[in-house]
Structures are given as C-alpha cells and as structure tokens.
Write a protein that binds this ligand. Structure first.
Ligand code: FAD
Ligand code: DHB
Length: 388
C-alpha cells in the first residue's frame, strides 16, 4: 500500500487532517485501532470555538453542526451569592457552539466513508519506521489479521495521549516534556434532563467546583470536582445530584434532574511535549499535549494544530517547499502554551484545594473578572479562541 500521508488515529485530529488534505488533492490513509462504534460513542468535549466551527464549515462539515449545534454567547460565573454573565460578543465579538465531540467525529467518519480517503478501523501492532528519511512507512495488522505495510511521504501521529507516535519522536530528538497533575478530578454525567440554564455555569463552591453544560435542549452534561482517588461505584445518582444541587445553589433557581445516561471520573493534567516533529513524522492534538478540561480547549487545540499541519503538508508535498513544515512545531507550540496557560488559570481559579488562603485568592480573582471589563475580556478572548 502507498499513500502520501499515513495518519495514525481517527480522533478529531486525524479525521480532520485527512479531510483538509483531501480537499487540497493530497491523499491519505487513516489507521485506527478501535472500532467505528467505539470511536463514535466516546463522550468527551462539548464546546467548539468560533475558529473550529469556521474550519469545519469550510471543510463541508457544517450542515448538521449548524442545524443541531447550540450557539452560545457567554457563560455564567458563579460563587456564593453571585451568578454573573459574561457576554462574549459584547466583550470580544466572538461566540462558541455546543456540539459534542461525538457528533464532530460521526460527521467526519460519515464523510470519509462516503467516498473520502481510506479509513481502517480495528488495526493493531501499528509501528512507524524510517521517519528520518523521505520515505517513512507504517507497519500494522489489519482487522482481518493480515500484516500490512503502508509506504508514505509523511506520517501524522494523531493517536492521542496513549498512542505510539510521541515515543518515536522521543527516540530521535532531544524531546522535552512538561507535566502538571492536579490534585482533583472531574466526575462527569450525561443526563436525560433539559438544561435548567441558558448558558454554561462555571461554579466555585467551598465543597468544590461544578460545571453545568449541555449537549442538546433535552440532554445535560454536568461535572463535579472530586478527589482523584474517588471510585465511580461510590457515587450513586442521588449522591451526584445532591452534590450538584449544593454547588449550583442560587436563589430562585433549581437544577433539573433526570435519568443518568453515563457517568465516569476523568483525571486532570497539563502535559506538553516538544518538538512536535521528527523528520517526516509530525504530531498533532493530544499526541503532543493535554490540557485540563476547564476552559474546553483540548479539542479546539487539536483542530488548530491540524489546520497548521495541513497547510505545511500541502506546501511540502505539492510545492516542495519545507518552510512551513520546518516552522510547524514552533508555531503550533506557541498556541499550545497559550491554551495551556488559560486552562491552568481557569482550573486554578475554580477548583478548591482545602487551603483557606487559596480560597480567598480565587474569590478575589472571580470578583475581579466579574467587575472589570478588561479582566472579563481577557477570559472571553481566550475562551472563544484567539484568531489563528
Ligand atoms: P483522540 O481523540 O484521543 O484521538 C486519538 C485516536 O487515536 C483515538 O481514536 C485512538 O483510539 C487512536 N489510537 C491510539 N493509539 C492508536 C494506535 N496504536 N493505532 C491506531 N490508532 C490509535 N476536551 C475538552 O475540551 N472538553 C472536555 O470536556 C473534554 N473531556 C475529555 C474527556 C476525556 C475522557 C478525554 C480523554 C479527553 C477529554 N477532552 C476534553 C479532550 C479532548 O477530547 C481531546 O483533546 C481530543 O479528543 C483530542 O483529539 P485527538 O484527535 O488529538 O485525540
Ligand atoms: C464541557 C467541557 C468543558 O471542559 C468545558 O469547559 C465546558 C463544557 C462539556 O463537556 O460540555
């Protein structure tokens, strides 16, 4: 088998890269180790920046997004006694959309299988070779158990945090890693309950952070800060709803409850690896970096990487110019560090640590964001996504 770009991983990064390259006349093959059902059901991010919506729309992926996605013009920031609304269009002229990552992935998979580049699910034993030459290759075993070799001009490692690509970069470069694990986790639920709020609520509470989000006019997505050692089996639905009601308590307002469709506990970490390239192997998305979810940057950052990478690969493979490919890692990392800082800042402002000094600093910062237009604008610009 031969292709121009071999893509490892059919998450949002790999699928979108394949689509953007196809639109520019570059062929690719996407290899995914999970099944289509698994990839399409994996519940993750929910908020799309304006940039992400624009990219998906320009890539012909906007039909269902514009029909079913919910356009949002702000967020509520809450701390005891206060629920303050930040109006993004007023603050920075931009907005965000609620449209689940599951839906983005379903749209991209459907387009790919309807005449797009080849997409192979349930492959195994993926190994990348010869990335320091102009003809790297990927060895893998296909879903039928047959060993295959994919000869490529370039390999894209879009295989997420646990994929094999980052280690291949480490073997041939002076890779640097930065990591912060946080002393809290998120317990997330998907509930068959109409959201009791127009905008997302980010709530600081002495018992811990809570986030009220949604997936549709009838489905809510809610998160509670918990200790990372907590086990989901110890959290009955009643216990979760009680915790949420306490943390979102606000005079004259009540949460809507309903059947819990899914629940899980997510660890939180910041992680950056550099460079995002070794020879003809380029990393994008979670393969190179992870942000804690507060601020909803993970998926949006993966899309930003892929936009840059697709431009660099078009220039490299069609015009035989290496400038954008050579600049890719440094350019991508500048945005990565901005999002890393913003996600760390939102996380630090909103999650209780048990230390009363931290709590006073957090409340002071929240009051500042809710009373100063300059402080509110700084949050709004980062949240809605800085221009590419
Ligand atoms: P991924 O979506 O991880 O895709 C990588 C793909 O590569 C996967 O399909 C994987 O199966 C595949 N793969 C891995 N190894 C191999 C291999 N050896 N061979 C072939 N394929 C392989 N972000 C937010 O903004 N908000 C959130 O609420 C949020 N919640 C999250 C919850 C969880 C549990 C996780 C893990 C992440 C969450 N994120 C969230 C982050 C966001 O989902 C990611 O940033 C986003 O998925 C990154 O896309 P990606 O394509 O780079 O990686
Ligand atoms: C969602 C996740 C986030 O991390 C966030 O900041 C906002 C919304 C969500 O899953 O809906």
């Amino acid at each position: 088998m031969r292709t121009q770009v071999g893509i490892i991983g059919a998450g949002p990064a790999g699928l979108l890269l394949s689509r953007l390259l196809a639109l520019q006349g570059i062929d690719s093959v996407v290899l995914e180790n999970r099944s289509r059902e698994y990839v399409e059901a994996r519940i993750r991010a929910g908020i799309l920046e304006q940039n992400t919506v624009d990219v998906l729309t320009e890539a012909g992926m906007g039909d269902r997004l514009h029909r079913e996605g919910l356009e949002h013009r702000g967020i509520h920031l809450q701390y005891p006694g206060t629920r303050h609304t930040l109006d993004f269009p007023e603050l920075c002229g931009r907005r965000v959309w609620v449209y689940g990552q599951t839906e983005v992935v379903k749209d991209l998979v459907a387009a790919q299988l309807a005449g797009g580049p080849p997409l192979h699910f349930e492959v195994s034993d993926v190994a990348v070779e010869d990335v320091d030459t102009d003809s790297p290759r990927i060895r893998f075993t296909d879903a039928d158990g047959t060993a295959q070799v994919l000869e490529c001009d370039v390999v894209a490692g879009t295989d997420g945090f646990h994929g094999p690509s980052r280690a291949v970069v480490a073997e041939g470069t002076r890779q640097r890693l930065w990591e912060r694990t946080y002393p809290y986790a998120w317990l997330g639920i998907l509930a068959d309950a109409a959201p009791a709020t127009d905008e997302l609520i980010y709530a600081w509470h002495p018992e811990g952070f809570a986030l009220y989000s949604m997936r549709s006019p009838s489905v809510s997505r809610l998160y509670l800060q918990v200790d990372p050692s907590e086990r989901i089996e110890d959290w009955s639905d009643d216990r979760i709803w009680e915790g949420l009601a306490t943390r979102f308590a606000h005079e004259g307002w009540e949460i809507n409850t309903g059947p819990v469709l899914e629940k899980s506990i997510l660890p939180m970490r910041s992680f950056v690896s550099a460079p995002m390239r070794r020879g003809r192997l380029f990393l994008a998305g979670d393969a190179a970096h992870i942000v804690p979810p507060t601020g909803a940057k993970g998926l949006n950052l993966a899309v930003a990487d892929v936009v840059l990478l697709s431009r660099a690969l078009v220039r490299l493979l069609q015009e035989k110019e290496t400038d954008l490919a050579d600049a890719y890692s440094d350019t991508a990392l500048r945005r990565v560090w901005r999002a890393t800082h913003f996600s760390w800042w939102m996380t630090s402002m909103l999650h209780t640590t048990g230390d009363p000094f931290d709590a006073e600093l957090q409340l002071s910062q929240l009051r500042r964001v809710c009373s100063s237009e300059a402080a509110a604008r700084e949050l709004a610009e980062n949240y809605t996504g800085l221009p590419y």
